[in-house]
Design a protein around this ligand. Structure first.
Ligand code: NDP
Ligand code: MG
Length: 380
């Protein structure tokens, strides 16, 4: 029997995690945490009987208490509640599936409490990787990647103890606007960008996939997870999303992990690592597939990816600026307040205005986030 805590349980990764739990008989859920969706969280509490449930939004506590009045669960809220759910003594693995930098403090709390991390929340590693990686090593906890590309790289490294990575080939679908010019993208509306060709995901990551900011965040995530330099990580567009990523070794051998696009595979692999369990679902049929194609990413029209390389190479607090500016820009775009191409403009403007801190503490990261928001509010 394994016991887990799921942060962001009502989202795309969170609900698929609970599907994996439902399909297996040997995982117990000790804690669940969501942002504000009391109704869905209440249903999950009823089904999975966690000891603790956190609703971040304090104005939703009364509603959640009402919906779960007949159940034996402790309801907590806010950042303290989220940290309590992350560090709950009975959990061995914490699935970090909240969206955004809100994940930094609970992830650190979970590592400090000695939990293995099934890591989906890439924004945390992008902004605080320099703190999280050494902490995880000190606490002897495993960071098990859930992001499909990183899960693929992780699988390619199985049995390669000590063999250096020469290059990571991080695959990208290219999103719904692959091949488009900036003129074409100028008119993109939220509903256009929310249509991903291969994956059904939360809104923020779907927009990030369309701008290729997601791939930029993933390059930085890979840099931290696998200890490779930014210039050893090459993005390659593979529109069918069949190859989930590849590793090239010193002798030129390339290992790849392939499969149908289904996030339950990396989630289940992280929960049971190193064991592979049966997972129902579609299998690859190579005869039907007939071809897998590749192209180079378009760094001129997808400036978010080029800016991510710059942020990752300069490091320090610059990835925080990149990420915070993107989080605010995406939420404004989704609210219909800014044009699609203003997203990279905001990121670049905030990065250019920032005075870099070389090795920021958690407080300095959160302060940088706040200052980035203030800068954007004052300019746009
Ligand atoms: P969703 O938007 O679908 O879900 C986000 C989850 O976080 C929801 O449960 C939401 O709760 C919760 N949440 C939001 N704010 C808070 C908060 N302040 N406190 C506690 N919980 C909060 O996102 P995804 O599942 O798509 O993505 C989650 C993370 O995983 C992201 O970092 C993303 O980049 C990464 N990821 C996602 C993939 C995917 O396929 N979806 C693939 C690879 C990585 P509520 O419902 O109440 O708002
Ligand atoms: Mg991914």
């Amino acid at each position: 029997m394994k016991t887990i805590s799921v942060l962001g349980s009502t989202g795309s990764i969170g609900t698929q995690t609970l599907e994996v739990v439902r399909n297996n008989q040997d995982i117990k859920v000790a804690a669940l945490a969501a942002g504000s969706n009391a109704e869905k969280l209440a249903e999950q509490i009823r089904e999975f009987s966690p000891r603790i449930a956190c609703i971040y939004d304090e104005t939703k506590v009364a509603e959640l208490r009402l919906l779960t009045g007949d159940l034996d669960v402790q309801i907590v809220s806010g950042m303290d509640g989220l940290i309590q759910a992350a560090a709950i003594p009975e959990a061995e693995i914490v699935v970090t599936a909240v969206v955004g930098m809100i994940g930094i403090r609970p992830t650190i709390a979970a590592i400090e409490a000695g939990k293995d991390i099934a890591l989906a929340n890439k924004e945390t590693l992008v902004t605080a990787g320099h703190l999280i990686m050494p902490l995880a090593e000190r606490k002897n906890v495993r960071l098990l990647p859930v992001d499909s590309e990183h899960a693929a790289i992780f699988q390619c490294l199985n049995g390669e103890r000590g063999n250096a990575i020469h290059k990571i080939l991080l695959t990208a679908s290219g999103g719904p606007f692959r091949g488009w010019t900036r003129e074409q993208m100028a008119e993109v509306k939220p509903e256009d960008a929310l249509k991903h060709p291969n994956w059904a995901m939360g809104k923020k990551i779907t927009i990030d996939s369309s701008t290729m900011v997601n791939k930029g965040l993933e390059v930085m995530e890979a840099h931290w997870l696998f200890g490779t330099e930014m210039n050893q990580i090459q993005v390659i567009v593979q529109p069918q999303s069949i190859i989930h990523s590849m590793v090239e070794f010193e002798d030129g051998a390339v290992m790849a992990q392939l499969g149908t696009p289904d996030m339950k595979l990396p989630i289940q692999y992280a929960l049971y690592y190193p064991e592979r369990r049966y997972l129902p679902g579609e299998r690859l049929d190579f005869a039907k597939l007939s071809q897998i194609t590749f192209e180079a990413p378009d760094l001129e029209n997808f400036r978010g990816l080029a800016l991510a390389y710059r942020a990752g190479e300069e490091g320090g607090s610059l990835p925080t600026v990149f990420n915070a500016a993107n989080e605010l820009a995406v939420s404004r775009f989704l609210n219909g307040e800014i044009a699609y191409l203003t997203i990279p403009d905001m990121i670049e403007g905030a990065m250019n205005a920032h005075k870099k801190i070389a090795d920021p503490t958690v407080e300095e990261i959160l302060q940088t986030e706040k200052e980035t928001y203030e800068y954007i509010e004052s300019r746009w």
